[in-house]
Design a protein around this ligand. Structure first.
Ligand code: CMX
Length: 134
């Protein structure tokens, strides 16, 4: 597989609106979209820095992986997403290399992208996402 770039850095936040104020007011970035991804139980806000995206994530229910993460570790960096030309193929290759997958098949994520997660216990503690158009 060949990741083309870091597609985004996912950051878990307790309050999306408050966090947007920091990224816009202090860092001078522009929030270009807010989107709820019901499948993932999150509300997201996006900023571009060069070709890398920052994705703020607020859980929409106590069962959200993001809410669970914050209750255990507090807010902060939640995951790293690599852009892949073919997410399904990249997931298969990771599994062939002994990585435990959270998603065996790509599923729908924010911005209409196909996404799939690798388990942090197989990736040196970093929740890792592959994302792309297919
Ligand atoms: N980064 C690193 N480690 C993490 C983690 C994260 N984001 N989330 C959980 N872990 C660790 C926990 O610390 C815990 O480690 P210990 O056993 O050493 O304590 C272990 O993984 C298990 O965690 P848990 O709290 O018991 O949670 P679950 O096993 O129920 O779920 C995970 C963990 C990663 C499988 C789940 O969060 C998941 O499926 N994540 C992928 C989906 C997701 O995060 N969606 C939100 C973003 C969506 C988007 O970007 O659009």
């Amino acid at each position: 597989m060949q990741p083309t770039h870091i597609e985004h850095i996912g950051i878990a936040v307790t309050n999306l609106e408050e966090s947007i104020k920091y990224y816009e007011g202090v860092l001078g970035l522009k929030c270009y979209a807010v989107e709820e991804v019901s499948d993932q139980k999150v509300k997201t806000a996006f900023f571009m820095v060069g070709q890398t995206k920052i994705e703020l994530l607020e859980g929409t229910s106590e069962k959200s992986p993001v809410s669970k993460f914050i209750s255990k570790k507090g807010p902060g960096i939640h995951h790293l997403a690599f852009a892949m030309d073919d997410v399904a193929q990249a997931l298969n290759e990771a599994e062939e290399n002994g990585v435990k997958l959270i998603d065996k098949e790509p599923r729908g994520g924010a911005e209409g992208l196909r996404i799939g997660f690798l388990h942090p216990k197989s990736t040196g503690g970093v929740l890792t996402e592959f994302c792309g158009k297919k």
